[in-house]
Ligand binder design. Structure first.
Ligand SMILES: C[S@@+](CC[C@H](N)C(=O)[O-])C[C@H]1O[C@@H](n2cnc3c(N)ncnc32)[C@H](O)[C@@H]1O
Length: 299
């Protein structure tokens, strides 16, 4: 089939196949507007270390120091960080202290990611008076660390906020409040927007078409069922893993909580590695992993 190439037009363009976007990226909008250049970096050698006995484990400790993981060894890191909002595992940090913790972990994740590896962060914004756009601060901090922004997924958790009646003011312009039914998945890459290495993708046509849309509708997980105050659904992690990693890749979650990311990795023939500071949650994660391996008849 012959595909006629398109290029950025001054009045829109209908199709995108084989699209030449050099005119678009050559504009001043992309020049010097950021603390770090957002163009891909030169990669000398791919050199991903071979998988050792450091994988398929949950480390019960802080992800500010992930000493067990060699440099450039992780294909995808996916996480939902602590929100510092008073959950049973949260400290009461100032916004600066909180963002400093997120930045320290982001720096460690950058070290262990392989070139072209991705860091996907699930985050929700907080409060109403004032509204704290945490995702904006996360962009600032991670772009400063040198991450390349690849896009943003809206995780739509519900069609309507069932049972939520935090209207602010009822049917009045006095003080209406927005009731969030979404969270964000911020997608970053290390050094290159494309993976320079080769691998096997196991995503099918329908999954690919659906997962490359920027809104994902997935119901939330029950905290009570899992035994953790803020688990994300395994289905969310599975969708991330299938879209952004190859079979047999190593998937890291630096704040793994009840182990949802590990379960998603196991279900999809990837390796996992997780860090969790609470011994109780490490125990829950390891129990869920054993159950999942049992279902999949794995050792
Ligand atoms: C939002 S929860 C993650 C939930 C997880 N996605 C799940 O599905 O269960 C954040 C987790 O980070 C853990 N945590 C907080 N500070 C940490 C640190 N410095 N290193 C590792 N884990 C930490 C908390 O104990 C909490 O379990």
């Amino acid at each position: 089939m012959t595909i006629n190439k398109t290029e950025t037009a001054s009045f829109g363009v209908g199709r995108r196949e084989s699209h030449d976007s050099s005119t678009f990226y050559g504009r001043n909008l992309y020049e010097g507007s950021f603390t770090q250049p957002l163009s891909k970096k030169k990669i000398d050698k791919i050199g991903v270390p071979s998988i050792g006995d450091w994988v398929d484990k949950i480390y019960c400790g802080s992800s500010t120091n992930m000493l067990e993981i060699p440099d450039n060894s992780i294909a995808v890191a996916f996480t939902s960080p602590p929100y510092n909002v008073g959950k049973e595992y949260d400290d009461d940090m100032s916004l600066k202290e909180y963002l400093d913790l997120i930045t320290r972990v982001g720096k460690e994740v950058y070290r262990v990611l392989q070139p072209g590896g991705r860091y996907i962060i699930n985050i929700a914004n907080l409060g109403r008076k004032p509204y704290i756009p945490l995702h904006m601060f996360f962009y600032e901090r991670h772009l400063e660390l040198g991450y390349l922004p690849m896009g943003e997924i809206i995780w739509q958790k519900a069609k309507g906020a069932n049972g939520s009646c935090a209207w602010g003011s009822w049917m009045s312009a006095k003080s209406p409040r927005l009731r969030d039914i979404h969270e964000y998945l911020l997608v970053f890459a290390k050094q290159d927007y494309s993976r320079p290495d080769k691998g096997v993708s196991d995503i099918n046509r329908e999954e690919f078409m659906e997962s490359t849309l920027s809104v994902w509708e997935i119901p939330p997980e029950s905290a009570k069922r899992v035994g953790h105050p803020a688990p994300f659904p395994v289905q969310l992690a599975e969708k991330v893993i299938k879209l952004y990693s190859y079979v047999d890749d190593v998937i890291l979650d630096p704040f793994i909580g009840s182990g949802s990311t590990a379960l998603a990795a196991i279900k999809n023939n990837r390796h996992y590695i997780g860090y969790e500071i609470s011994e109780d949650y490490c125990e829950i994660a390891n129990k869920r992993i054993l159950e999942e391996k049992d279902i999949n008849k794995l050792e």
